[in-house]
Design a protein around this ligand. Structure first.
Ligand code: PLP
Length: 381
């Protein structure tokens, strides 16, 4: 089965009891046993839940992994991976990560004894240098394309660095989705998702997932899913799964809208920087053309005039909603400095290019002409 067919059919067997084409949502927290210990593989809903298992099956299939574990949020999924480590173990992290990931590493896991070193750039050589600075590198953590600068990391190259260092490779595939990029085929051990974004796709359900290359790799994560208990509820799993069924058609529209918006802004005098991997002058354009099947739905702008210009731009938008998050059918405009990246200290943020005038557009699936008109009007052009 090809991608779009798997997205619709995996984990969606008709209900054996009634023939219902869409499996009923399994709300029960517990399962009746014929006699103590005699059951059908389900005991208690934190441990096993059929609706969650259906979602896990489709995500594993789309990412090309053997198994998946779903969580109550993307950060809960990250927590489960990090909890597989022990104090003194090292994490090599990418240079431009979601602010909440940096907060988790710096303000939670450093206190619990993990060593963390950041690559200075997305290049594999910088990941290697960061790995060398750690006594016991155990995980390499990559977000590609990155948030909000849309830089790409070469997954094949970094997977060789991870292997040589004796570390596992985690790729946060939230921005690309498996429709555009399949990290396991390129050497990743784990793929991480905030399913809150494109996979759910409708900005109405928070969730996370870890897909592992092998069942054995998922084992410690699966153990923590039950032992720590940050599981998603059945209705959340159902909504996410319903979103996944339309991922292929939505992604095509997200990508073509982002391309149209980016192309309409080339050379605009109100912009200091326009970042979209599909433009030839983007520093990751060549890699994006190889590693991804299209360039994604995100466009990042740095406005001339700093904070005031970004503030004015967000207030003038009529179709894009000024809001955190991304990947929904509706277009959103995030101001990372006051929203997603506010938890990163200003000096660190600015050294990474996340300045007061930067805004990140998540292009939805509306009519491209409306999106272009909205952005141009908000820029005053
Ligand atoms: N990874 C990326 C790339 C994100 O953008 C986010 C959230 O914005 C997360 C992880 C965390 O996911 P969640 O908000 O579902 O906890």
């Amino acid at each position: 089965m090809r991608f779009a067919t798997k997205a619709v059919h995996t984990g969606q067997k008709p209900d054996p009891a009634t023939g219902a084409t869409i499996p009923p949502v399994s709300f029960s927290t517990t399962y009746t046993q014929a006699a103590p210990g005699e059951h059908k593989g389900y005991e208690y809903s934190r441990t096993q839940n059929p609706t969650r298992e259906n979602l896990e099956a489709v995500l594993a299939a789309l990412e090309g992994g053997e198994a998946c574990a779903c969580f109550a949020s993307g950060l809960a999924a990250e927590t489960a991976i990090l909890q597989t480590l022990s104090p003194g173990d090292g994490v090599v992290a990418g240079h431009d990560l979601y602010g909440g990931t940096v907060r988790l590493l710096e303000r939670v896991y450093r206190r619990w004894g993990l060593e963390i070193a950041y690559a200075k750039s997305p290049s594999a050589a910088d990941f290697e240098a960061a790995a060398r600075s750690l006594a016991r590198p155990r995980l390499v953590w990559v977000e590609t394309p990155s948030n909000p600068l849309l830089d790409l990391t070469d997954i094949i190259a970094v997977s060789s660095v991870a292997k040589a260092a004796g570390a596992r490779l985690v790729v946060d595939n939230t921005f690309a989705t498996p429709y555009l990029q399949r990290p396991i085929a390129l050497g990743a051990d784990y793929v991480l998702h905030s399913t809150t974004k494109y996979l759910g796709g409708h900005s109405d359900v928070v969730g996370g997932a870890v897909v592992a290359r092998t069942r054995e790799l998922l084992e410690p994560v699966k153990f923590l899913q039950n032992a720590m208990g940050a599981v998603p509820g059945p209705l959340d799993c159902y909504l996410t799964h319903r979103g996944v069924k339309t991922l292929a058609v939505r992604m095509r529209q997200h990508c073509s809208n982002a391309r149209a918006v980016a192309e309409s802004l080339v050379g605009h005098p109100g912009l200091e920087r326009l970042l979209y991997p599909g433009l030839e002058d983007h520093r990751s354009h060549a890699l994006a053309s190889e590693q991804m099947d299209d360039f994604g739905g995100m466009v990042t702008l740095t406005l001339r005039g700093g904070f005031d210009a970004a503030d004015r731009f967000c207030r003038r938008l009529r179709v894009f909603a000024p809001a955190e998050s991304l990947g929904g059918v509706e277009s959103l405009c995030c101001h990372p400095v006051t929203m997603t990246h506010a938890s990163i200290p200003k000096e660190i943020r600015e050294s990474r290019g996340i300045t007061d005038g930067l805004v990140r557009l998540s292009c939805g699936i509306e009519d491209a002409e409306d999106l272009i008109a909205d952005v141009l009007a908000a820029l005053g052009g």
